[in-house]
Design a protein around this ligand. Structure first.
Ligand code: SF4
Ligand code: SF4
Length: 91
């Protein structure tokens, strides 16, 4: 199976009341390289003109965005609480 097909097997229990990752769009607008656009395996960071659009639903909880974000645009990163978040399934 290819990666997109494998990823589609995962199930998500999204906490609609509380995001586990929050970005500050003003800080992101000043970030020149925006590595989050490239490294997120779920492609959750998108660019709309110069604005970063981010949706935490679908997060694989890999932590890569947190590591590469050197400009502190990610103002909150924590694992989803309780039973929320990704449930990996391998087929
Ligand atoms: S933790 Fe991983 S999957 Fe989730 S938003 Fe960051 S890079 Fe994407
Ligand atoms: S790397 Fe960090 S500061 Fe830069 S655009 Fe992405 S989230 Fe914002």
């Amino acid at each position: 199976m290819e990666a997109p097909e494998l990823l589609s097997l995962n199930k998500f229990n999204v906490n609609e009341k509380e995001a586990h990752i929050v970005i500050n769009k003003e800080i992101c607008a000043q970030c020149q390289d925006k590595p989050c656009l490239i490294v997120c395996p779920a492609a959750l960071y998108k660019l709309d003109k110069n604005d970063i659009i981010f949706d935490y639903a679908g997060c694989l909880e890999c932590g890569t965005c947190r590591v590469v974000c050197k400009n502190k645009g990610i103002i909150k990163w924590e694992y989803p609480k309780g039973t929320f978040g990704v449930n990996f399934r391998y087929g």
